[in-house]
Ligand binder design. Structure first.
Ligand code: FAD
Length: 550
């Protein structure tokens, strides 16, 4: 058995909270002058402040669930339920800082294997109990909100006991995992066999393999290892209508790929219980370095060249000027100042940081790939800053959520959103979303910083990932962000962006899904759900239950 996540931690990333990160005094000064941040502290409130209603699970349903998973497998205590009260978006986190009461499930059910998951779903369908599959609970789109839909009660179906590596096939380079395995545990378990999955999203420390598959996740090294859907060789899906076992061939022409229909179904079609994943030989050579390009337009051209010449590094990440400035200010001190001075001497007026990272099993492969990438970049005149900057990025690659806790404590409205489009439309999409966020969050006394980076580049286009820092409104802080998010979503669909490149649809993006797949497309998804989940118990309000566009 592997290490378990503390799900009762719903208000900070780690038990240490803001103490796990460091914001130097000059960074706070920079924030005050750049966004007009006032001195407000909004600490995490104690869990005891929340009102948690008694469990509404009917006694007959409770007894039937206990019969499947045992008494220890059904938790109805306050802390366990409050611990599955939502994901980890800004809005979720603010609910623990006096921003309103979180919705709480009526029970937490902990099946121990795929067969128990199947039987739990059958019990819930029979008793009309809504089911929210719960992996790492890191959703930032309301994916694990315990909504009841038209049911009187709801359980969080927590997969934490499905934590086993079932088998490894060193010949085919595949590994079978239960769906509740956390990403760091998966890497540890594979390391013993000389393999890696290579999936490193920023939520790596807490998220699970089942959650990655259910949301079509993309890790920081997606250029090298692919997105999560590229890694899924086969899967098992428990549904109220029975079990689906899909995939298993390296490729197939047997009709549309049903496995891909399940990947990204966000718990609305069934519960992924087991995944056969493609694994790769664990790298023995790592090389990360930093470069600077002058201006976003030149940076985007450089990325396109790398992608279309098929010489992307495994990690390829371009920050725009605002993100480069903020990274230097929030981390930098004298080093940041020195770097800026050096870049000025090199004639760079709009520094955009490019991180390139290679992970290989031979030094020769590393050298060949690196040289090919640097050759492709030459015409864009990058300033090479060497390995220390690249290695510093690698070291801090999972630090964002810790720094977020600290910024939340300091009264900052800090949130991210993401999209993608083709290269031809990328500049307009970025301008449109930046404009929407800036207009929505600007007030007489303050203006937000809207930062952007590309961390996933493809031959045909790229993702855009926005991070917003704004002074938190004293009145109605949740509405402040929700207005900005709506404005950004409208800008995304109006500029032909996808409503989500890797965070998934959940509750938050559901009103815009029709703009992407059309009403007929939505009907197709609803028809699939109706066949697999005829009584509609699975994850109500997510993916295929869109409200009106606000
Ligand atoms: C700080 C932070 C950084 C993040 N960075 C990234 C990133 O770099 N890349 C990225 O892709 N995402 C990122 N995310 C989003 C999130 O981590 C991903 O969506 C992740 O895939 C969710 O995994 P999880 O195990 O936490 O799933 P959960 O949050 O528990 O669930 C997500 C959705 O999937 C469903 N679900 C979970 N498990 C199953 C299952 N076994 N079967 C069926 N449905 C299931 C849930 O009901 C829910 O709808 C980030 C989130 C945070 C908070």
């Amino acid at each position: 058995m592997t290490e378990r996540i503390d799900h009762t931690l719903r208000n900070t990333w780690t038990p240490e909270g803001a103490k796990a990160a460091h914001l130097p005094p000059h960074a706070l000064r920079w924030l005050r002058s750049r966004i007009g941040l006032a001195e407000v502290a909004t600490p995490v409130g104690p869990a005891s402040l929340h009102t948690v209603a008694d469990s509404a699970l009917p006694p007959a349903a409770l007894a039937a669930l206990v019969a499947v998973v045992g008494t220890a497998g059904v938790l109805t205590d306050r802390d366990a339920r409050l611990g599955r009260s939502g994901g980890l978006s800004y809005v979720d986190l603010m609910r623990h800082r006096g921003g309103g009461e979180p919705a709480v499930p009526d029970a937490v059910v902990l099946p121990a294997d795929p067969e128990q998951v199947q039987r739990v779903l059958e019990v819930c369908a029979e008793h009309g109990v809504a089911v929210v599959p719960f992996g790492g609970g890191t959703s930032v789109v309301g994916g694990v909100n315990p909504l009841r839909g038209d049911k009187a009660s709801v359980i969080a179906l927590d997969l934490l006991r499905l934590d086993k590596l079932v088998s490894v096939d060193p010949i085919s380079h595949t590994a079978v995992f239960q769906a509740g395995v956390r990403a760091p545990d998966a890497e540890r378990l594979l390391e013993a066999h000389g393999f890696t999955l290579g999936h490193f999203p920023q939520s790596f420390e807490r998220a699970t393999l089942g959650g990655f598959a259910a949301t079509r996740s993309a890790g920081q090294a997606s250029a090298g290892y692919g997105r999560f859907e590229d890694m899924v060789h086969a899967l098992r899906l428990a549904t109220p209508a029975g079990e689906l076992r899909l995939g298993g061939s390296p490729a197939s022409a047997a009709g549309p790929d049903l496995k891909q229909l399940v990947i990204g179904s966000e718990g609305a079609f069934g519960v992924i219980t087991e995944l056969t994943l493609r694994v790769r030989e664990a790298p023995t050579f790592h090389h990360y370095e930093g470069l600077v390009l002058d201006g976003w337009e030149r940076g985007a051209l450089a990325l396109r060249a790398l992608a279309q010449q098929r010489v992307l590094a495994d990690v390829t990440r371009l920050s725009d000027m605002d993100e480069t400035e903020a990274s230097l200010e929030l981390a930098g001190g004298w080093k940041g100042k020195a770097l800026r001075a050096y870049l000025r001497t090199r004639g760079v007026v709009a520094p955009c940081l490019l991180i390139l990272g290679w992970e290989t099993t031979s030094p020769r492969e590393l050298a060949t790939r690196r040289q090919a990438a640097l050759r492709a970049l030459r015409e864009f005149s990058p300033v090479r800053l060497g390995r220390p900057l690249g290695e510093a990025w690698r070291k801090g690659r999972f630090g964002g959520p810790r720094q977020r806790d600290l910024l939340l404590d300091a009264g900052v409205c800090v949130e991210t959103l993401e999209t993608a489009t083709d290269w031809a439309g990328l500049a307009a999409l970025r301008t449109g979303v930046r404009g929407a966020l800036t207009d929505s969050l600007s007030t007489a006394g303050s203006r937000p910083v809207v930062m952007c980076h590309v961390s996933h580049a493809y031959e045909t286009g790229a993702s855009l990932y926005f991070t917003v820092l704004s002074p938190r409104a004293e009145q109605a802080p949740l509405e402040q962000w929700q207005r900005a998010k709506i404005a950004a979503c409208e800008a995304i669909v109006n500029h032909a962006g996808t409503i989500t490149h890797h965070h998934a649809v959940g509750v938050d993006h559901a009103p815009w899904l029709a703009a992407e797949v059309g009403e007929l497309g939505l009907d197709v998804l609803r028809a699939v759900k109706a066949r697999l989940d005829p009584t509609g118990v699975l994850n109500p309000g997510k993916l295929v239950s869109p409200g009106e566009r606000p």
